[in-house]
Write a protein that binds this ligand. Structure first.
Ligand code: SAM
Length: 301
């Protein structure tokens, strides 16, 4: 594993500004629920003082190890704790007394460029590799296993619901037919299969394989369940006045974030409309183009 991270943090200035004023210096607790390449975390750590604490969660053990190496190289005076677990476990972590309630919680959803570039995980059909797609390869089943075991109907539903792919049935049928003789086990094979059965390889700027890869990744990681549950429970983990800062990358995530923030009795929404990246940021970092940042504050009771 390389210690180098290639991930460029999205909406870095906007996220930092949203969190920078939260809490009293010397007793601040900031939680990065999706540490990734520690891009946001490095910037946040630099703002913290003696007595403050940053806690980073990530399901991916590789991301935790890489961030540990990166953060240890940054001179810092605050305490830093890293936890290889889902942000869904933050409430239990607080309840167990490991830390106090938080002044800020950040979720930067989805996957990092480090994961996309990793040939061992199959996250990108452009990079290829065994079709795993799990953030934590020790949990649940890989995407290749899912393709080998699920019924035609189950696969079509996953690809339709989590990928919003209108050719979901056609793709599912092709996967099931192929597995009778030669199951799909790599990102390259899945990509070729989709290109063969879906008309038009590229729709606008989006490759026709993108939606199916997204759907399978969401399914094997149960991403929307983790997000929905956390959006209900994380507000209770904040101190009054603490902020919940969430970046989403597609409409399924953003819908959950928007409605949960609006409907939660403990939250006041601070962003009537989501904050979007500037043209300049999109030019520099095309991955940021679909990002939406929403911020809510825990009410003072
Ligand atoms: C977009 S990246 C975060 C990048 C990070 N903000 C940075 O600037 O380097 C998303 C990260 O969230 C992690 N992740 C996804 N779902 C998670 C969950 N439920 N709990 C914890 N981490 C999760 C992924 O493994 C990935 O490393």
């Amino acid at each position: 594993m390389s210690n180098q991270t290639v991930h460029v943090p999205v909406l870095l200035e906007e996220v930092t500004k949203a969190i920078a004023e939260s809490g009293a210096p010397g007793e601040r607790v900031w939680i990065d629920g999706t540490l990734g390449g520690a891009g946001h975390a490095s910037e946040l750590v630099a703002l913290l003082h003696d007595g403050d604490c940053l806690i980073g969660f990530d399901r991916d053990p590789v991301a935790i190890a890489r961030s540990e190496a990166k953060l240890s190289q940054i001179s810092r005076i605050c305490s830093v704790k890293l936890v290889n677990s889902s942000y869904r476990d933050i409430p239990e972590y607080i309840r167990d007394g490991s830390i106090g309630h938080a002044d800020a919680i950040l979720l930067d959803l989805g996957l990092s460029s480090d994961q996309l570039e990793d040939r061992e995980r199959g996250f990108s059909f452009k990079v290829g590799g065994p079709l795993d797609l799990r953030f934590d390869p020790s949990q649940g089943i890989s995407a290749a296993d899912l393709l080998a075991k699920a019924s035609d109907r189950e696969l079509a539903d996953i690809i339709y619901q989590f990928g919003e792919e209108r050719f979901s049935r056609r793709i599912a049928r092709a996967i099931v037919e192929r597995r009778l003789t030669d199951p799909v086990t790599t990102a390259e094979q899945l990509c070729d299969l989709i290109h063969r059965v879906v008309p038009g390889k590229i729709h606008g700027r989006i490759d026709s394989a993108t939606r199916t890869f997204q759907a399978l990744r969401i399914a094997v990681n149960q991403e929307l369940d983790h997000l929905t549950e956390s959006m209900k429970r994380l507000p209770e983990c904040l101190k009054p006045g603490g902020v919940l800062v969430v970046i989403s990358f597609h409409s399924l995530e953003d819908r959950i974030v928007k409605h949960s923030m609006r409907d939660h009795p403990l939250l006041e929404v601070l962003t009537r409309k989501p904050i979007l990246p500037t043209e300049m940021e999109i030019d520099k970092n095309p991955r940021s183009r679909s990002a939406k940042l929403r911020i809510a504050r825990r009410l003072f009771e």
